[in-house]
Ligand binder design. Structure first.
Ligand SMILES: [Zn+2]
Length: 67
């Protein structure tokens, strides 16, 4: 007699935690430097996707291979 319960919120809306935007650039790393520049620019322009992408680059590229 009652409808099956539904999700109270849209399930496609993912919570974007701060860590997704967090970047820990390594000093002297040109890839980090570029990504951080892009991150700051994205932050100013309010482009959340570009911001996420830039933060991801910082997190995912390898370090220590080159000086
Ligand atoms: Zn780096």
């Amino acid at each position: 007699m009652t409808e099956p319960s539904r999700y109270p919120e849209s399930p496609v809306v993912l919570p974007l935690d701060d860590w997704l935007y967090e970047a820990h650039p390594v000093a002297g790393c040109s890839t980090c430097a570029k990504a951080v520049t892009a991150l700051e620019a994205a932050k100013k322009s309010g482009d959340a996707n570009a911001r996420f992408e830039a933060a991801r680059i910082v997190r995912r590229h390898p370090h220590g291979a080159t000086a």
